[in-house]
Design a protein around this ligand. Structure first.
Ligand code: ADP
Ligand code: MG
Length: 274
């Protein structure tokens, strides 16, 4: 057994997949809300210039005074960027489209992959009250996603239950390997979450079989069904757990939160390794 450090500070999880529309933001918002419902204190970082997580949690564009971009370029402190959401125990650092210029703004910065990690390190005291930090990544393996991978303990990879779902995964895993080598040797894949699953659809079942055969225990037992309530909730600027608390989507994300918590306990509270 490797030495187990006592858990201190939040567990940092990046929700990543370079494909768009696979359920990253939906998973970040609703897993965050479900963890908060379990009594966990959660900080969500919107790292996508589209700002969908911010919108989906009720932070309108005009309310986004201090954003993830300001933190990355060193123009604000983390405490100034925290924003309440419609969910108790769930706080967000919002994003706006200016985040899309981060690539250019950071081009001459040697530490450009380490900025988010540094933001977290500088704010370690303020962050110690959180149990989880969830980072909603953009649909690309760009500098923003690399920042998330460098700063995180682990990744959750949403995988849409459709044809070609597994194809992009090898590229993602290569990037994880690069990040491990260069910057974050302990980065783990926390789990692959099958999303938009439809039990009546043979393709969904086949994707699940393939994923479990190839990736084994890495695939969460909990599967997120295709559920129209999940897609409606963002237009009301609330998580599905508030919009329709008994929906299949709500139940699925509650189950995922519980599975995540249990998985962590079985790692003995370890942040890294294994
Ligand atoms: P990403 O962040 O990976 O681009 P999103 O979470 O924004 O993906 O999801 C893409 C679209 O699919 C959104 O319109 C979202 O509401 C919808 N969606 C996500 N998960 C589900 C689901 N399980 N059932 C139905 N619709 C979903
Ligand atoms: Mg998204």
């Amino acid at each position: 057994m490797p030495q187990t450090e006592p858990p201190n500070g939040p567990k940092i999880i990046a929700i990543a997949n370079q494909k768009g529309g696979v359920g990253k933001t939906t998973t970040t918002i609703n897993l965050g809300a479900a963890l908060a419902e379990q009594g966990k204190s959660v900080l969500l970082i919107d790292l996508d210039p589209q700002g969908n997580a911010s919108t989906g949690l009720g932070v309108g564009i005009d309310d986004r005074k201090v954003t993830t971009y300001d933190l990355l370029v060193g123009e604000a402190k983390l405490a100034q960027a925290l924003h309440k959401t419609v969910v108790d125990n769930l706080v967000i650092i919002p994003a706006t489209t200016d985040l899309s210029s981060a690539d250019m703004a950071l081009i001459d910065n040697e530490k450009r992959s380490f900025l988010l990690r540094q933001v977290f390190a500088d704010a370690a005291n303020a962050l110690s009250r959180y149990d989880y930090i969830l980072i909603d990544c953009p649909p690309s393996l760009n500098i923003l996603t690399v920042n998330a991978m460098v700063a995180a303990h682990s990744l959750i990879v949403p995988l849409q239950s459709e044809f070609f779902a597994l194809e992009g995964l090898s590229q993602l895993i290569l990037t994880v390997r690069d990040v491990r080598k260069a910057a974050n040797p302990d980065l783990r894949i926390e789990g692959i979450a099958l999303t938009m699953f439809d039990r009546r659809n043979n393709l969904s079942l086949q994707v699940e079989d393939d994923a479990r055969e190839n990736m084994g225990d890495m695939v969460f037992k909990t599967v997120i069904p295709r559920n129209v309530r999940l897609s409606e909730a963002p237009s009301f600027a609330v998580p599905v757990l508030i919009y329709d608390t008994t929906s299949k989507g709500s139940e699925a994300y509650r189950a995922l939160a519980k599975e995540l918590i249990t998985k962590e306990k079985s790692h003995g509270g370890q942040r890294n390794g294994a």
